[in-house]
Write a protein that binds this ligand. Structure first.
Ligand code: SF4
Length: 251
């Protein structure tokens, strides 16, 4: 097997179609949409809003990210306004996002760079984004996708874990996963794969206790049998009418 690639290419069309059908049937709760997408919709592809929200979202729950982003954006609709905010006030608004003090400090540095080098605008360029403090490939890709409608693949922990677990590729880091996906995933699926796999990773193919018997992409996953045996309800055969609640013994 060539390092990094599955010997049998995944059927992306079938995987994406199945995940989209599953997502469409999923209850439309606030939690079901990644917070950055929600912020991007609300602020109509405002690049500053997407950048700020994405930075706040690292190691932070979606609900917390969304609330903190709204509080900060109401007071700071751009880098100049952000710099005008006293640090203590910015930290109070960012709390309880994880590492909120570091994130506020990075946003202050970013604001200065944007004002000095880019006329107060967020650059629509991967290398320029990666040069900003606290901005990694996940954040840069999200900004390019959500704010500028450019092609990118945002690989977070869910995309990385599911891609490897399912045997679609072999990689040691999210960045390596992104590099491989850029080679094997058709361009038309690049922007969609993150939102689909994040929700699926939260609800079904979870970090621990994956719900393989209910998985709608099990036929595309090498891990399904091992994972099913590990589950306390192994032997459970899902029927068409079964739901996640059935699997959890709630009905
Ligand atoms: S079969 Fe299990 S391990 Fe494979 S993608 Fe589905 S939930 Fe994840």
């Amino acid at each position: 097997m060539k390092a990094g690639l599955s010997p049998c290419p995944p059927d992306w069309e079938a995987i994406v179609n199945a995940l989209e059908a599953w997502r469409d049937a999923f209850p439309k709760e606030a939690d079901s949409v990644p917070s950055v997408s929600t912020v991007a919709e609300r602020y109509r592809q405002d690049a500053w809003a997407v950048l700020l929200s994405t930075i706040l979202s690292l190691r932070t729950k979606d609900k917390v990210t969304l609330a903190a982003s709204k509080r900060l954006l109401e007071r700071a609709s751009g880098p100049a306004e952000f710099l005008a905010l006293p640090t203590e006030e910015a930290e109070r608004l960012a709390f309880p996002a994880g590492f909120y003090r570091t994130k506020v400090a990075n946003l202050q540095k970013i604001s200065r760079i944007l004002l000095e080098n880019y006329g107060g605008k967020v650059p629509a360029d991967m290398e320029a984004l990666l040069a900003l403090p606290g901005v990694g490939r996940k954040t840069a890709n999200l900004v390019l996708i959500e704010a500028f409608d450019m092609d990118g693949i945002c690989v977070d922990t869910h995309v990385h874990r599911i891609s490897n677990r399912a045997g679609w590729l072999e990689s040691k880091s999210p960045d390596e996963t992104e590099t491989i996906l850029r080679r094997i995933l058709p361009l038309k699926f690049w922007k969609r794969i993150n939102a689909l796999l994040v929700l699926y990773g939260q609800q079904v193919c979870r970090p621990r206790g994956q719900r393989c018997p209910l998985c709608i992409i099990a036929e595309h996953c090498e891990h399904k049998y091992a994972a099913t045996k590990q589950h306390p309800q192994s032997g459970f055969v899902p029927q068409a009418h079964d739901t996640l609640d059935t699997f959890n013994g709630k009905s």
